[in-house]
Design a protein around this ligand. Structure first.
Ligand code: EPZ
Length: 421
């Protein structure tokens, strides 16, 4: 398994380009199945999860080809409706292909998805959406099948699930009639998917609110789309500079979708400002940080609350804060595994239920730690860059799923970090 080696305790300074959004591009690639031409995506992150999604699209008959961060998908000849079990187990968002196949082909087969070990991660809300659109759904021995002619309907989510909202959108745009999704997720990735679907010819209103309305049944067409910057990758780099100190520019950081994260890190003492580009648009973020972070009380939640995906990186920041902090996780029930790894580095963290109490320490010490999941691994990179001595992170395969090259990016910021083994 790949490892990352870091010699920390030096401020980070320099400039990096923020990659395209992993959680934005994955549902967009699934949406390619809803048209019979060729989609062209730019600013696509070159990460394991994109490679996995490309493999799934090719297994049902798409032709895909990659240029430099440009990915084209020819979906003119869809043959299959079965998502390979190996792919599904590797990546949870493979379940998004079900909604698109249901919309295009009227049937789809998959398996209970894998994903990060951050909780049980059921798919009941995805299946509720398919049933709400008139599909028959069968679950047996871990396998899921859905079939039927999609008809507009009313879908009521008890929790604003990002993936289930995206699956409901993918299945309903082809459904005859009107669909209303109540209790919809408001994440920027949902808004991005709706923006792409509208550009393909779909009639969708209300994205960004908890009530999305779709007028389905229209023929969708090919288009070209630029994947937005990854707000979680950008947030990861901001937490690392807040923990280690320094002065960095993140070109392409999606400022408008990072309000809560920026407010929280400013509260910890980071000076973060937008970089205004040509025509007054925000071209990126500039962060400066000196000294130890201030403590904070942070609660994760559905957008626009603090993103659960930055909970672990925030643990690294608060492990060095001048005082006591509290971090409450309300989205996933088992997302504090990284706390135990930070304790190996000298952090003082106690977890009880969905709450972590962090007593900030003046310094963390490098040692051998393990990445339990994607964002937990990124959090350990941030901690290693701030810690004195050498940190070796094992099982970094998780990190490669979501970050193009986290070592490359932090090397651009002057970090003494490299892949090893
Ligand atoms: C998406 O996962 C993201 N993944 C996650 O990012 C992110 O943490 C999550 O949204 C929340 O923002 C992608 O977009 C590929 P959910 P998703 O459905 O869609 C429960 C990362 O690190 N739930 O909003 O799976 C679920 O168990 C990843 O990039 C059900 O109970 O998240 C969880 O407690 C990790 N039944 C909560 O809802 C369902 O059918 C939120 O899950 C679906 C979800």
């Amino acid at each position: 398994m790949s490892e990352i080696r870091i010699c920390g305790y030096r401020p980070l300074s320099g400039e990096i380009n923020v990659q395209g959004s992993k959680n934005g591009v994955l549902p967009m690639l699934a949406a390619s199945l809803l048209q019979r031409g060729t989609m062209r995506f730019t600013n696509v992150p070159i990460i394991q999860d994109v490679a996995c999604m490309v493999g799934i699209l090719e297994s049902v008959g798409c032709r895909c080809w990659f240029g430099r961060n440009v990915l084209s998908v020819d979906a003119s000849g869809i043959l299959g409706t079965e998502i390979p079990k190996a792919d599904v187990k590797k990546m949870r968002s493979s379940i998004l292909v079900m909604g698109a196949l249901l919309g295009r082909m009227g049937k789809a087969g998959a398996w209970y998805p894998g994903g990060c070990s951050i909780g049980s991660r059921p798919v009941d809300l995805h299946l509720l959406a398919f049933s709400g659109l008139g599909a028959c759904v069968k679950e047996e021995d871990g396998r899921i099948e859905a079939w039927g002619r999609m008809e507009g309907g009313r879908i009521l989510f008890p929790f604003p699930s990002v993936g289930a909202t995206e699956n409901a959108l993918l299945a309903s745009v082809m459904a005859a009639g009107e669909t209303e999704i109540c209790g919809a997720a408001k994440e920027p990735e949902v808004i991005g998917l709706c923006s792409l679907l509208r550009q393909m010819g779909a009639l969708i209103e209300g994205d960004g609110t908890d009530r999305i309305r779709i007028k389905g049944g229209r023929e969708l067409h090919e288009t070209e789309y630029a994947v937005p910057g990854d707000r979680i990758a950008a947030g990861t780099y901001l937490t690392a500079v807040t923990a280690a100190g320094g002065d960095a520019v993140l070109w392409g950081a999606p400022w408008e979708s990072m309000e809560t994260v920026i407010r929280s890190l400013r509260g910890c003492g980071a000076d973060i400002e937008p970089i205004i580009g040509v025509g007054g648009t925000v071209a990126g973020a500039h962060i400066r940080m000196e000294g130890r972070p201030k403590p904070a009380r942070i609660r994760t939640g559905p957008y626009p609350e603090f993103p659960t995906d930055l909970q672990s990186p925030m643990l690294s920041v608060l492990s060095l804060a001048e005082g006591e902090s509290v971090l409450t996780e309300t989205v996933f029930e088992a997302r504090f595994k990284t706390a135990g790894e930070l304790v190996k580095m000298g952090a003082d963290i106690s977890v009880s239920g969905n709450q972590a109490m962090i007593r900030g320490r003046e310094r963390l010490s490098g040692t051998r730690v393990r990445a339990w999941d994607l964002r937990g691994g990124a959090a350990l990179v941030a901690a290693g860059l701030a810690a004195s001595g050498e940190t070796v992170i094992e099982d970094c395969i998780h990190i490669e799923r979501g970050y193009e090259d986290i070592c490359r990016d932090f090397q651009f910021l002057g970090g003494d970090i490299c892949w090893s083994a």
